[in-house]
Design a protein around this ligand. Structure first.
Ligand SMILES: NC(=O)c1ccc[n+]([C@@H]2O[C@H](COP(=O)([O-])OP(=O)(O)OC[C@H]3O[C@@H](n4cnc5c(N)ncnc54)[C@H](O)[C@@H]3O)[C@@H](O)[C@H]2O)c1
Length: 343
């Protein structure tokens, strides 16, 4: 709860035990101080039970409501598919649980605003899962900007490429790229520029037959205009074929910051006419530290009763940019970002 301190470990339940939920559960069980993983919930009970066995978690539920009913769960990590947010997050807040919620905050900004009102009424801690901000390189970049190392930020370039497809059953058609994936880039853009996006011009193409429907898009670009005149360039590809490639650059009046790397180590193989090295495979690989650090931040906030560095407003602002991008793709014209009141 906001405003109340505690010294005992925070007892946490993880809802959704797929790719992301399993990663969070392992971090909570093994890598986050002050946390105690006590319950898991997933309609795929077999998956949840396997994870519980691996980590020694005492309680497993097929229905997330049963997890919320328990008095020995203080906080929840929500890593179920995005459409479940509308019901799950308000119910968790009403049950008095502090909440860490995966991105996006909801499938649209209007729902996220409604969630924000209910969460605020209950006074629980809420943290949004924009883990890139906790990545040591991104955190240092933001610190350098705050120190004035590059002068006034003028342009941000944010590029995201997935190595290969992942299950897309929960990705709603056409909203998938911007709402599920570029949402990270939109958050980074506004955070690094220290400004809000007011206009978006987006383009998209359906390139890879393995994704969704032919009228959906899997390669997108977005040009961003910030309130103080700053500019942004974003591109996102659902398939690179070579690795997970996240690259960001912030150009300022007195310097440039480049953030991102492709290789984990400095081992390079040289053979006749060839040079090769490792390549980061996926997000769990690239942002391993960030996923642990963001949860440590959440647990620290719950124990001290303080608001986390990333809240629902950040989730809503990123969704508003995503919605403007979708509108722009539909009309073929730049679209204004429709900012609503958060609370
Ligand atoms: N922060 C990041 O970098 C990042 C990366 C990947 C996914 N995500 C987000 O995490 C969420 C989950 O993605 P994922 O890749 O783990 O998906 P996934 O398909 O691997 O796992 C989702 C899990 O949720 C379970 N589930 C479905 N309905 C549920 C319900 N009503 N209650 C409880 N569990 C339910 C499914 O059975 C499955 O085990 C999505 O919102 C996604 O956007 C974030």
């Amino acid at each position: 709860m906001l405003g109340s301190k505690r010294f005992d470990p925070v007892r946490i339940g993880v809802i959704g035990t797929g790719n992301m939920g399993a990663q969070h559960a392992r971090n909570l069980a093994l890598g986050v101080m002050g946390a105690q993983l006590v319950a898991l919930a997933d309609p795929d009970e077999t998956r949840a039970r396997q994870l519980a066995e691996e980590l020694g978690v005492p309680h497993v539920f097929a229905d997330w409501r049963a997890l919320l009913d328990r008095d020995d769960v203080d906080a929840v990590v929500i890593a179920a598919p995005s459409p479940t947010r509308a019901e799950m997050v308000p119910a968790a807040a009403q049950a008095g649980k502090d909440i860490f919620c995966e991105k996006p905050a909801a499938v649209d900004a209007a729902t996220a605003r409604r969630i924000a009102r209910l969460v605020k009424e209950q006074g629980v801690v809420y943290q949004m899962g924009f883990m890139r901000r906790f990545d040591p390189s991104y955190a240092r970049a933001r610190q350098r900007i705050d120190e004035g190392a590059i002068g006034e930020p003028v342009l941000v370039r944010v590029s995201s490429r997935e190595e290969a497809p992942r299950p897309t059953q929960f990705v709603p058609r056409a909203t998938g790229m911007f709402v599920e994936s570029s949402i990270h880039d939109f958050d980074l853009a506004r955070w690094l520029m220290g400004d809000e996006v007011v206009r978006v011009y987006a383009q998209g193409r359906h390139v890879y037959p393995q994704f969704n429907a032919p009228d959906d898009v899997d390669v997108v670009t977005a040009t961003l205009t910030f309130a103080r005149g700053g500019m942004g360039l974003h591109d996102n590809h659902r398939y690179s074929g070579y690795g997970y490639h996240i690259q960001t650059e912030v150009l300022g009046t007195e310097g440039v910051l480049q953030i991102g790397y492709a290789h984990h180590d400095a081992c390079v193989l040289l053979k006749r006419g060839q040079q090769s090295s490792d390549y980061v495979v996926d997000w769990l690989d690239r942002f391993r530290d960030a996923y642990r650090i963001e949860l440590q931040h959440f647990v620290d906030c719950v124990r001290t009763g303080t608001p986390p560095a990333i809240g629902l407003e950040d989730g809503i602002r990123a969704l508003e940019i995503a919605e403007a991008a979708l509108e722009s793709i539909k009309t073929g014209l730049p679209a204004d970002v429709k900012r609503g009141d958060v609370l």
